[in-house]
Design a protein around this ligand. Structure first.
Ligand code: 4AD
Ligand code: MG
Length: 483
């Protein structure tokens, strides 16, 4: 297998007349003569021409869709149209048969995304999922490159922790107990002091709190790892296991934080556009086709490619929560009672219908909302002075994207010990358990800020897919942990 050339390199090569070896999976075999072979390096297949009159019929029978084969042959300038080069086979070896009677992935009748989710172990073999996972790979690499170019330290924060960073109580427990018979305390509660870690632990919902500890010495850090939420949200935007990128920067305020987030998003989108032009072109066509099924007024005005370019070319709109509420109150859908949740007063959280109105209808571009009411945000956000009406807000920011809603959530952090402790008391966050977090406010505290980017929401945006379950290889969501 040593000298195999990948199909992507082959299709770009100008050098014909040489003998080469390629391996891959059969996508199609027409007229006992033309094999379309794919190895995942590109969406394009290489055509292999088989001299069927001089080939063993038993071998021909085994060249079926899905079979893994190895081909040695001569690379020639293609006689047909659609490709520059093709291969005239000299030797074909079947590496792995694929019984067409049993193979569930018959690409003839385009399988639905729902069906492909049930055979997620095989869906990598379709053009759509090949493109998605190559784009996902590029985005992940670009995230690292962006931060590394700027001198950030990649910090690995723990997956198992005893804290609920967001204080939302949506954690998955981690325990070694025999669930049928856990040790109990005298008062009848489960006695976690006897558990593996001698305390109750869970999978992390965010690496932020530990990230802040790192930033208080290393200045600029980022995490990029899996996070877990046991929220029972059966939506196209939520996963129970998702990847999050969380930078945390000492000496940054909220404006610096917004600049960093906007720069990062533009950088990684640009990287994917350059690196994965063919895949994004393919996904753009896929989306356009899909949208043809929708009524005219529900189709997007821009193609996927145009949307991505538009996002690069325009400044994100920045405004406060209070300004957004005023816009929403006066909006046509609110006045005509078209919102499921009418916008009446100040202080309630925005629903995704409101976020989408702001982004897709009102501003028609990405939006950064800041300074949310403190009651609807986490304990660690920096408290603003009450405004003239006595309204209390925090230095929060959410970035909202078209078709996605919230893609980034972040804030300037409360670095003043008294303010932080007071807020933790008000919200019932146990201070003794977070002694280490509070220590950073005791020893050389400084202003700092950070945010979390939901990686799958980014991949959703860049691939134009409609369901977050289709942009992670093996999605975890309520009632599903297959594969
Ligand atoms: O807004 P969230 O909850 O913020 C935090 O976790 C902060 N600790 C981040 C920080 O300041 N360091 O989550 C951040 C982002 C959201 O904006 C969203 O993109 C994504 O994570 N997200 C999810 N993505 C998929 N499935 C879920 N269940 C998600 N929950 C949040
Ligand atoms: Mg959030």
């Amino acid at each position: 297998m040593s000298q195999r050339i990948k199909i992507k390199a082959l299709l770009e090569s100008e050098q014909t007349g040489i003998d080469i070896k390629i391996n891959g999976w059969v996508r199609a075999f027409r007229q006992n003569r033309f094999i379309a072979l794919n190895d995942g390096s590109t969406n394009n297949n290489i055509q292999i021409v088989v001299d069927f009159e001089n080939t063993d019929p038993n071998l021909l029978k085994r060249i079926t869709v899905g079979a893994a084969i190895s081909v040695t042959g001569e690379l020639i300038a293609s006689l047909g149209k659609g490709q520059k080069v093709e291969i005239v086979a000299k030797d074909i070896e079947i590496l792995g048969d694929c019984d067409p009677e049993k193979y569930p992935l018959q690409l003839k009748n385009r399988p639905s995304l729902e069906f492909l989710r049930e055979i997620a172990h095989l869906r990598f073999r379709t053009n759509t999922f090949g493109a998605i996972f190559r784009v996902r790979n590029s985005l992940a690499f670009a995230v690292h490159q962006f931060f590394q170019e700027r001198g950030f330290i990649y910090l690995h924060t723990p997956i198992i922790t005893a804290s609920d960073a967001e204080g939302a109580g949506e954690t998955f427990h981690v325990t070694n107990f025999d669930l049928a018979n856990p040790p109990k305390t005298e008062s009848g509660e489960i006695d976690f002091s006897q558990d593996f870690f001698a305390k109750a632990t869970n999978l992390t919902v965010s690496g932020q709190l530990e990230g802040e500890l790192g930033a208080m010495a290393l200045s600029d850090i980022y995490t990029f790892g899996p996070t877990f939420r046991a929220e029972n949200s059966n939506t196209t935007r939520h996963l129970a296991e998702f990847w999050m990128i969380e930078p945390e920067v000492a000496f940054n305020d909220l404006n610096d934080n917004m600049d960093l987030a906007e720069d990062m998003l533009k950088y990684v989108i640009k990287y994917a556009l350059d690196k994965n032009a063919e895949d994004i072109e393919f996904l753009t066509q896929r989306l356009t086709e899909e949208e043809k099924q929708k009524p005219q007024n529900e189709r997007s005005e821009m193609s996927l490619l145009e949307k991505l370019q538009f996002c690069l070319d325009n400044d994100f709109e920045r405004l406060t929560y209070t300004e957004a509420i005023d816009i929403l109150k006066e909006s046509t859908p609110n006045k005509k009672k078209k919102f499921q949740y009418p916008v009446e007063g100040w202080g309630t959280d925005l629903q995704s219908e409101h976020e989408r109105y702001l982004v897709e209808k009102h501003f028609k571009k990405p939006v950064i909302l800041t300074d949310y009411p403190k009651e609807i945000k986490a304990f660690y956000m920096r408290q603003n002075e009450p405004d003239a009406n006595g309204r209390e807000t925090v230095r929060a920011m959410d970035i909202l994207f078209p078709g996605i809603g919230e893609i980034v959530g972040g804030s300037q952090r409360e670095e003043r010990l008294e303010k932080l402790e007071q807020r933790m008391d008000e919200m019932g966050i146990p201070k003794d358990e977070l002694w280490w977090y509070l220590d950073t406010r005791r020893f050389g505290a400084c202003p700092h800020a950070g945010f979390g980017l939901g990686f799958e929401r980014l991949v959703l945006f860049v691939t134009g897919m409609g369901n977050i379950r289709d942009v992670i290889p093996f999605p975890r969501y309520p009632k599903n942990a297959e594969f």
